[in-house]
Every structure is written in C-alpha cells, then in structure tokens.
Design a protein around this ligand. Structure first.
Ligand code: DMJ
Length: 565
C-alpha cells in the first residue's frame, strides 16, 4: 500500500512580507479585514447563537442574513463554517481558523433533513480538504474521509446507476463509542425509511450534469492520499464513463456537449439542452482540473484523465461557435461568454480562468486558430464590461443579448466567477491590470454591499443598489479568497502547487506530495448526544422489559410447578 503526504504552508503574515509593493500590502490588509468582518458576523450571529441546537443533532444555519441578523438554512450543514476554513488560514487569521476547525470537528453529520449532494460535496467535503491541503491537520483529512464515505453510502448507493441522487439523508457508518452505536443505528433506520418514502413518492429522480459530475477533484485527491482507498476515484470515474456512454448529444451538429439534465434512476439524459453555464459548469471545469491535479512527471497519466482532457477540448471547440457573443462598442469588439449564442450568465465568467489554466497545463494552445490565452483575456474583458456599465460597478447575474441588462436577473449575489478569472489571469500573465480590476471590484463591494455591522449583503439590483438579505457561503470561500490571493506574492498558493476546486478550495497537486508509510486513520465522527441517549434509553428499556418478562415467566413456571405439586 502506498500513501502520500502533503506539505503544509504557513499562513500569510502580511506585516513581514518584503517582496511585494506597499500598495499590495495595504490592499491585502484591507481584504484581510473584510474576511475577518464577514467571518465574525457569521460566527457571532449564527454559530454562537445556534450552538445549542447541536445537542439535538441540528447543525447551525448555512448562510448569514446580515440585515435581519439571522441565519439561512438550506444545506443543513453550517455551510459557511466549512467553506471558510481555508480562507481564514490563507488570510493569516490563525486564531479564527483554529476556533473554526474545532467547531467544525465537533459537529455531527446533518441528521434529519436530506442534504443536496453536489452542494454538500463542494462546500463541506471540499472545505475540509482545502483546510487539510493548506494546514496538514490530519483531523480534517479523517473527517473528509468520513464525509466522502457518507456520500458513497448515501446518495451514490441509493441510486441504481453510477449517477448520484440529488438529495439524500446521510447516515454515519462509523461511531466513536458503544454509546454512539445506538445513535448510529437509529439514524440508519431513519435514512432507510426516508429512502423508502422518497422512492414511493418518486422524488429526486433528476439531477443536473454539474450535480452528478462534480466529484472527480475531491474524490481523486482523497484516493491519491492512500492507494488502498481507490473507491472514491472509482465512483467518480464511473460517472464520467456513464455520461460519455449515454450522451444523447454525441455527434449532433453544433450541440455535442453532454445534456444538462439526467434521470439518475434510468441513467438516461432528460433533455438535449446543454452549455457551459448554470447546471453544467463545474462538470466541464473538472474535466480539465482533474487532469491538472493528477499530472505528475513520475507517473503516466491514467486513461480516464486523458479521455476527460479530450472531452474538455471538444467542449471548448464547440463553445467557440455558440459560446461567445461579440458586440461592437466605440470601435472596439467586446467578447462576452454566453450560452446558446445570446444568454450571458455571471456563472460563465469562470470560463476565462479555465481557458487560461488549460493553456498553462496542456499542450493545446490553439483551437481552430484561436489562441486560448488571448480568448481568455478577451472574455475576462467582456465580463468586466458587464460590471463597469452599471451604476454600482458590480455585474448583473444574467441577461440576454441584444435586449440588454434588464432582460434577465439584474442582481449581484457576491458571486466569485469574475474575480476567479482575474486571479488566474494575473498569476499566468503577470499583467498588473488584473490587480487594478480586482481592487475596483473590491472597492465596489465595500461601497455597495457592506452592511453597517461589517457583514456583506447581496444586491437585488445592480442599478438601484437595493440590498438582498443574504451573504452566501461562497463569498468567504471564493470571492474574498480570490481577491486576497490576487495581491499576495505569486508563490503563495501557487498554481504550480495547487488546483482550486469549483468552490475555490485549494487542493495540493499530487506532483508536490511526498510518498510516505501509511498511518492508520481513526474514526471520530460523533452522533448528536440526544440521538445517542434516546437510542440507548430505548435499548436499556427494551432489555429491562425483556428481563421483566423473563423473570415473570420464570416465577410463573415455578408457581405452576408448586400448584402441580
Ligand atoms: C459556487 O458555489 C460554485 O463555484 C459552483 O460550482 C457554481 N457557482 C457558485 C457561486 O456562484
């Protein structure tokens, strides 16, 4: 058996940096303080206030609602807590990081409500793996493994095909003590019952392409730490094989990208609609990033990764014809990333970053005479154009060409995609114009999204600046992290050493890991005390009743015997 160990990095100490300009230093400090504020607001409003719920097996809310000072519950997993771990570490907020990790490790699995498989994996599993990759804390690795197991035992196993269910109730398969054993059994029974009812009602039959196919990075990473744990990589490879085999769009003219909706029960696609945006995005992103993660001079690349890379290149090739909208403005030609020739989505602004990464790590620099790096640069300009043309200088979530910015959703939800591409392009081209863009965006966020309590809100409308009471977990996980890293020294979380997951959790590339002897992993996932207590009370009560019954029978038998005598 072979194991790999990651090399941890030291959290950034901004005051001791000597190799960056004083302007970058000031900007780093400003973004660090934004991270601190956003984190403190979530931590005090949600984690502290909702701590008591953990006793009953209920996890704190996922996102902060800064205006009403409450929490928003949708993943039932304290999403912002897990999503923020590596950002706190990277930004040098060590005390906050340590408290957050302790809190995260003390939590049980979400017990009662079904969780959304894709979101749970990218935020909770990804968050823990990101924390492990930067800090080397093996407890976060152990917990990641338990979470990944709960996904394989849950939404993966409860589907008859390789494609996981969209939602599932999780059940821990490992326990710490005999005391916890009872709680685990009760939860397993509950999960079984949920699945019977769900299947009877015919729910959660469909899942998006991104929903079924965004596991390869996290799962390959876990499997590459220990060679005996190939089950994770195997599960995500199976998904890829399935999608390729059942892709009903294969060979269709101008529409050969896999469909964006799948029936996970039959394994067939449920639409012909496809693209790189909402519902599909991270599937395509992982085709490339899985290859980059596993690329290693010392080992030949696997067939699956080669084939994924080929699929990535054909997706890009096809997107050249219907994924770009070109508009002339003041003698300038602006290129926007779109779906179906006309539909701009903020989500599509991850594409330039992906193209630039592909340019850096693969041999293919040109497709149909188009230089992929120049295309990435142009599309970033297009996305920036959507920001620059609004009154808040923050970009709308979606709109249709040629109808204009009001034809879709003109909200700004603190999304990361543009700053993600800006970060990658800055690291790859070294062009300082990207730092200026990042700083302008940060300033707009500070002016229009900062709440008086220091937290950040989304905008309902990028023209009126009207606020929306929501700070999604990806703001701390992605937006602020990418902004921070844009001003950090280029060798800090270098693209040569790390690959960012779709939720911006940096995973160590395997070429940077050391081969070591394997150490046994202990299992420490606690079950909520109230569950363990009730299960054990039930068990104790049943044993007592059985004992009573046994005594009664024995007495009865002896008095019967006496009567006979
Ligand atoms: C993030 O949660 C992830 O990047 C996901 O893949 C899609 N986009 C959101 C944020 O916009």
């Amino acid at each position: 058996m072979k194991c790999r160990k990651i090399q941890s990095i030291a959290p950034l100490d901004i005051s001791s940096l000597t190799d960056i300009s004083s302007q970058d230093k000031e900007r780093l400090l400003a973004i660090q303080s934004a991270i601190e504020h956003a984190w403190n607001a979530y931590s005090t409003t949600v984690l502290e206030r909702e701590r008591w719920k953990i006793f009953f097996g209920i996890l704190p809310s996922d996102d902060l609602a800064p205006l009403s000072n409450t929490g928003i519950r949708w993943l039932h997993s304290a999403a912002t807590l897990f999503d923020s771990l590596d950002t706190l570490y990277i930004a040098g907020l060590v005390k906050e990081y340590e408290e957050a990790v302790e809190f995260a490790l003390s939590l049980p699995l979400p017990l009662f409500m079904p969780v959304k498989t894709f979101e749970y994996s990218i935020r909770v599993l990804g968050g823990l793996l990101g924390a492990y990759s930067v800090s080397g804390d093996v407890r976060t690795l152990e917990r990641s493994q338990q979470i990944a197991d709960s996904l394989l035992d849950g939404p993966f196993r409860s589907s008859p095909t390789a494609l996981p269910r969209m939602y599932d109730v999780l059940a821990p398969s490992t326990y710490v003590s005999v005391w916890d054993w009872g709680g685990c059994q009760l939860q397993k029974g509950y999960a079984k019952l949920y699945r019977i009812i769900r299947d009877y009602m015919g729910e959660h039959i469909y899942n998006s392409l991104a929903g079924v196919g965004t596991f390869s990075l996290e799962f390959s990473f876990l499997s590459s730490i220990k060679s005996s744990d190939q089950k994770y990589k195997h599960a995500s490879d199976q998904i890829y094989h399935h999608v390729i085999m059942k892709d009903s769009n294969k060979g269709r003219k101008n529409q050969s990208i896999p469909p964006m909706l799948w029936n996970v029960m039959t394994g067939e696609s449920a639409t012909t609609h496809s693209g790189l945006g909402s519902g599909s995005d991270s599937y395509h992103e992982y085709l490339l990033k899985n290859y980059v993660l596993l690329l290693n001079d010392d080992e030949p690349m696997g067939d699956v990764e080669h084939s994924m890379l080929q699929s990535y290149h054909s997706v890009i090739k096809e997107s050249l014809s219907n994924g770009i909208y070109q508009k002339e403005k003041n003698d300038q030609s602006i290129k926007y990333p779109v779906e179906n020739n006309i539909h701009y989505q903020h989500l599509l602004c991850f594409v330039p970053g992906m193209l630039a990464l592909g340019y850096k790590f693969t041999e293919t620099k040109l497709i149909e005479d188009k230089d992929l790096l120049s295309l990435a640069i142009d599309l970033t300009e297009g996305c920036w154009e959507t920001y620059k043309s609004t009154t808040t200088s923050l970009g709308p979530d979606s709109f249709f060409f040629p109808n204009g910015y009001h034809s879709g959703d003109s909200g700004y939800f603190l999304r990361p995609e543009l700053v993600e591409s800006i970060f990658v392009l800055n690291r790859i081209t070294n062009d300082t114009k990207y730092k200026d863009l990042a700083w302008k965006i940060f300033q707009s966020i500070e002016s229009h999204c900062k709440d008086k309590n220091g937290a950040y809100v989304s905008l309902l409308d990028v023209f009126s600046g009207q606020k929306k009471d929501e700070m999604p977990s990806f703001f701390l996980a992605e937006t602020l992290k990418y902004l921070f890293l844009t001003f950090a020294p280029p060798d800090y979380i270098s693209l040569n050493d790390f690959v960012f997951t779709t939720e911006a959790h940096p995973l160590r590339r395997i070429s940077t890991m050391k081969n070591v002897d394997c150490v046994a992993v202990t299992t420490t996932l606690p079950v909520a005390p109230i569950l363990s207590w009730s299960a054990n009370l039930l068990l104790g009560w049943s044993i007592y009743k059985m004992f009573q019954w046994f005594l009664k029978r024995k007495r009865g038998n002896s008095s019967d015997n006496k009567k006979i005598l």
